[in-house]
Design a binder for this molecule. Structure first.
Ligand SMILES: [Zn+2]
Length: 238
C-alpha cells in the first residue's frame, strides 16, 4: 500500500502530540497517511503496553489513518544501528511515502532524538538499491522519500516551517485524549506523571497557539528540516 505521508514515532502518542493536526489536515485533503510506532511505550509509568496498543488503535480511527503498525523495538534501549535501520527501511519501502515525519532531533526524552536520527538515516538508506530487504519473502524496491521533516515535541524548537491546523484542533485534541491512561483524566487513579497533569495538556495547546499566532492564525504545528525547503510559488507562503 502506497502512502503519501508516513509518520515515524518512537512512542505511541508522539505523533498525536507532535503532528496530528497536520495528519488530519492532509487526510481531509485526500492524502493517505499512516503511522509506524517504533515501541509500545512499555516503560511509561502509567498504563501498559496492551492499553497503549488499544489507545493507538482508537486514535488511528479518530484520525482516519490508512495504516498503523508497531515495530516493537525496546522502549528506552533501542539503538540507531544496522538491525534497527533495516526494520525502518523495510517499512519505508513497504509504504513508499513521499514525505516522512519523524521525532524531534533534540528533546527532553532521549528516545526522541535517537528515533529522529534513526528515521533520517533509514529514509536515506532506503534509497540505496544495494541494501537488500524482503517483505513476506519478496525482495523490496529501493525507495527514498523526497522530504523528511521533524515534528516538535516537548522542548521549544524554532521551526523551519509552520502548518496552520486551526480547523483540525478538535481532532488533534481527540486523538491525544484517546491515550486515556497517559494524559489528564480526572477519573484516573494512577500516579501523576510529567504528561498527566492538566498543565501539560494546556502546554500542548499553548504551543499550538504560539506557532499559530506567528503566522496569523489560531493553531499551528511546527516542523524542522535538515535540508533547505522550497516552494514553487511565493504566494503559497504566508
Ligand atoms: Zn515520546
Amino acid at each position: 500500500m502506497k502512502l503519501d505521508i508516513l509518520v515515524l514515532a518512537v512512542h505511541p502518542d508522539d505523533a498525536e502530540l507532535g503532528c496530528s493536526g497536520t495528519i488530519a489536515k492532509h487526510i481531509a485533503a485526500g492524502k493517505k497517511v499512516g503511522i509506524v510506532d517504533f515501541t509500545r511505550g512499555e516503560l511509561g509509568t502509567r498504563g501498559t503496553a496492551e492499553t497503549r496498543d488499544q489507545e493507538a488503535a482508537d486514535s488511528a480511527r479518530i484520525l482516519g489513518l490508512e495504516a498503523r503498525e508497531n515495530l516493537r523495538f525496546k522502549d528506552g534501549f533501542f539503538k540507531n544501528d544496522e538491525a534497527h535501520q533495516r526494520e525502518v527501511i523495510r517499512v519505508i519501502r513497504k509504504y513508499q511515502p513521499e514525505i516522512v515525519l519523524s521525532n524531534a532531533l533534540h528533546d527532553r526524552h532521549p528516545d526522541h532524538a535517537r528515533a529522529g536520527d534513526l528515521a533520517n538515516d533509514a529514509s536515506f538508506l532506503a534509497g540505496l538499491s544495494k541494501i537488500e530487504t524482503e517483505l513476506d519473502g519478496v525482495k523490496q524496491e529501493a525507495w527514498r522519500p523526497r522530504l523528511v521533516l521533524q515534528y516538535i515535541q516537548d522542548h521549544y524548537i524554532r521551526p523551519d516551517i509552520i502548518i496552520d491546523i486551526t480547523p483540525f484542533i478538535d481532532i488533534k485534541v481527540a486523538s491525544i485524549k484517546a491515550f486515556k491512561t497517559q494524559f489528564y483524566n480526572p477519573d484516573h487513579q494512577e500516579a501523576e506523571t510529567y504528561i498527566s497533569s492538566p498543565d501539560f495538556f494546556e502546554s500542548v495547546l499553548g504551543r499550538a497557539r504560539e506557532y499559530g499566532k506567528s503566522i496569523g492564525t489560531t493553531f499551528a504545528e511546527g516542523f524542522t528540516s535538515r535540508k533547505l525547503l522550497g516552494v514553487d510559488d511565493l504566494f503559497d507562503l504566508r
